[in-house]
Write a protein that binds this ligand. Sequence first.
Ligand code: HPA
Length: 239
Amino acid sequence: MTVHNEAKIGEIAKTVLMPGDPMRAKYIAENFLEDAKLVNKVRGIYAFTGKYKGVEVTVMGSGMGLPSMGIYCYELYKFYNVENIIRIGSCGANSEEIEILDVILAENSYTESNFAKAMTAEDCHIIGTSGRINEVIKETAKEMNQPIRVGNMCATEYFGPYSDISPEKTQSLPQELNILGIEMESFALFYTANHLGKHAACLATVSDSAYRKRELTADEREKSMNGMITLALEAAIKL
Ligand code: HPA
């Protein structure tokens, strides 16, 4: 038990899937897991532990933004002996070549935030995934015939579509990093995992793009999410 999580030690699996939205965690538990049990509801950040193809997996919301992800993933790794966390979220496109509904697997996460400095006094703004989860996800996607885009992610402190300075900001991101997607959690997850010697990965479905005038229907959003969720679960049970 921690101040933010009432699950008992042992009630959380060694591999955790983290959507940003706690209601998405509930949806995954109800539609993909067997014998799912609600193990946390503090602040509405639901965590469910159940079985996927006989293997125990936990799904838990991370909330939005670096600080929220930072708290929950730290507690999972540090106090609940979690080994692997796979973020399954959404992101904006940062490149003309990225389509709405593409699924991006992050290799590195870049940020302009001082998250790392606040945590460890290190002036770090780019961090890779840690552990072998990415390799397993890539293999699994191939087996499932599911296309994924592999590349770099940027984690911002402000929701891009609401920013007055969004286009200029986007252009000021280091061009050599070839950033494919923009979201708000991956850096906190990767940095914490690296710091604690644990494993992390981030899959994100593209939900918006400054380069495309296309709104997603609820049905499209759900179906695309289902593909990403299945990929994450199939990879999770191999870890
Ligand atoms: N920016 C940041 N986070 C996001 C976005 C975005 O464009 N889309 C979905 N999450």
